[in-house]
Design a protein around this ligand. Structure first.
Ligand SMILES: [Ca+2]
Ligand SMILES: [Ca+2]
Ligand SMILES: [Ca+2]
Length: 172
């Protein structure tokens, strides 16, 4: 994940990298979809501010790999922080992908994420099946959130949420 955030690959996360992540994610939304673009943008900026506030070396505004992992474990996964960082991004992402506006993701809408992020869609059908826990053919907001929490917090390698990691791995 650090490698993904470090968009220019210089071994540090800086505000430039976060702004590139924002561009990558907001490009998923329709041009006129300011609501979801702004949710994703706020989420990444809140995340960046959490990293900045918790960093040890206040003299420079950059975060290294070890410190990133430490702050993720100690600060970002606290429910209150997770919600305003990752939660905002997830809500904006779901809203942007939900083209028919019914509040959940069909398989076609879900695959849109793979295409837009440049992830080969080979695992998307399997991932969709696993994330759609009640097998009703749609990924609900609750199922999407649960997947994200498991992706970050679950120690169980078989947790369905880890299927989100599959596509993310491709980006490393
Ligand atoms: Ca960087
Ligand atoms: Ca939908
Ligand atoms: Ca479902």
């Amino acid at each position: 994940m650090f490698k993904w955030f470090d968009q220019n690959g210089d071994g540090w996360i800086t505000q430039d990298d976060i702004e590139k992540m924002v561009k990558l994610f907001t490009a998923l939304a329709d041009n006129a979809d300011h609501k979801n673009k702004s949710a994703m943008s706020k989420g990444f900026m809140n995340w960046w501010n959490l990293l900045l506030e918790a960093r040890e070396n206040k003299a420079s505004e950059k975060i290294g790999n070890q410190e990133f992992i430490r702050i993720m474990d100690a600060v970002v996964i606290a429910p209150k922080n997770f919600e305003i960082a990752v939660g905002y991004i997830v809500d904006g992402l779901l809203g942007a992908l939900d083209r028919d506006g019914n509040g959940s993701l069909s398989q076609g809408e879900y695959v849109g994420m793979y295409n837009a992020l440049g992830i080969p869609p080979t695992t998307s059908a399997e991932a969709f099946r696993r994330l759609d826990r009640d097998s009703n053919g749609e990924i609900s907001r609750a199922e999407f959130h649960q997947a994200l929490f498991e992706y970050y917090l679950s120690a169980d390698p078989n947790a369905p949420g880890n299927w989100l990691l599959g596509p993310m791995d491709v980006l490393k």
